[in-house]
Design a protein around this ligand. Structure first.
Ligand code: NCD
Length: 314
């Protein structure tokens, strides 16, 4: 297959076919196996990271990925930028465009910010998370990790747990899973953080088999899945003001995956989490063979190297 990522924006997981995702995952696997071969391939190229929301893993792994490939990263601090003086995102992007970057990575709190940026920029724009909408590179590394642990994504039973209303990682992942065969999704969430109806309709149209459960079913669901993907309640996604605070207080610290719940789970269960985790997984779970989240996070570097390289190199 030819490099189908060249000059392409990465806005939503929806835009990529299963074949294209497979191509990327295979490429990332080759980068993981053979990293020394790719040490200089981005020599002379510059990444502009624009993180307008907090980030540890995504930001760090994109920057490290660029360094590993021999490219450079613009040292740009969004906190100290003119956005603080009231400059619009589009004006900032028009200016960035004028300085000839090779690739731009954007994280922003507004749904749709990535598309807006891509419409302004002529170089590839990679979405590192836009509001509640999408987090495609997280999903790519999730798929990579699932494939590495299980050999395939087809035919798996996957539990998605936590904030399914606002969580962009689960939104992206559920759409991605619809591209694979015979995957069953078990949604587990507090009543007020269920997957939005419109989203469920979309999954239904795509032929995805899914089931919805309340938090009391967490332990039972843990016993019938191959992957349990846990997410935190994200305070920053709730509406501002007293109503948002009230909604948040009702659900915060209401669920926790405990080690004791893992008796009788499938022998090769993998527990995943996009991180950061707060209190939704008991710390003692970290040392069980089921905990997979730190390896999952580490796989981010291979996927992001593959994306940076493939979007900028023919
Ligand atoms: C996630 C995000 O930003 O959506 N984090 C990440 O990129 N690994 C999940 C989260 O913040 O809860």
């Amino acid at each position: 297959m030819e490099n189908c990522f060249f000059k392409r924006d990465v806005i939503s997981i929806e835009n990529f076919s299963r074949e294209e995702l497979d191509y990327l995952l295979d490429y990332a696997a080759e980068l993981k196996r053979n990293s020394s071969k790719f040490k200089e391939v981005m020599n002379g190229k510059v990444l502009v990271p624009l993180f307008f929301e907090n980030s540890t893993r995504t930001s760090m792994s994109f920057k490290m990925a660029m360094h590993h490939l021999g490219g450079s990263v613009l040292d740009f601090d969004t906190d100290a930028s003119s956005l603080k003086k009231g400059e619009t995102l589009s004006d900032t992007l028009k200016m960035v465009e004028g300085y000839f970057p090779d690739v731009v990575v954007l994280r922003h709190s507004k749904d749709g910010a990535a598309q807006l940026a891509a419409d302004i920029l002529s170089v590839p724009l990679i979405n590192a998370g836009d509001g509640q909408n999408q987090h495609p590179t997280q999903t790519m590394l999730d798929l990579f990790s699932i494939k590495e642990a299980k050999g395939e994504v087809d035919n798996l039973e996957i539990g998605l747990v936590g904030d399914l209303k606002y969580g962009r990682t689960v939104h992206s992942l559920a759409i991605a899973l619809s591209k694979y065969k015979n995957v069953k999704i078990y949604f587990v969430s507090p009543e007020s953080l269920k997957v939005p109806q419109s989203f469920l309709n979309e999954l239904r149209e795509k032929g995805v088999i899914f089931f919805e459960y309340g938090l009391e079913e967490l332990e039972n669901v843990a016993k019938k899945v191959d992957i349990l993907y846990v997410t935190r309640v994200q305070r920053e996604r709730f509406p501002e003001g007293p109503e948002g605070e009230e909604e948040y207080q009702k659900v915060t610290s209401r669920y926790c995956l405990k080690k004791a719940m893992l008796d009788g789970v499938r022998a090769n269960l993998k527990i995943m989490h996009p991180l950061p985790k707060v209190d939704e997984i008991e710390i003692s779970v970290d040392s069980t063979p089921y905990a997979y989240y730190f390896e999952q996070a580490s796989n981010g570097i291979h996927i992001r190297k593959a994306l940076l390289y493939l979007t900028t190199t023919k």
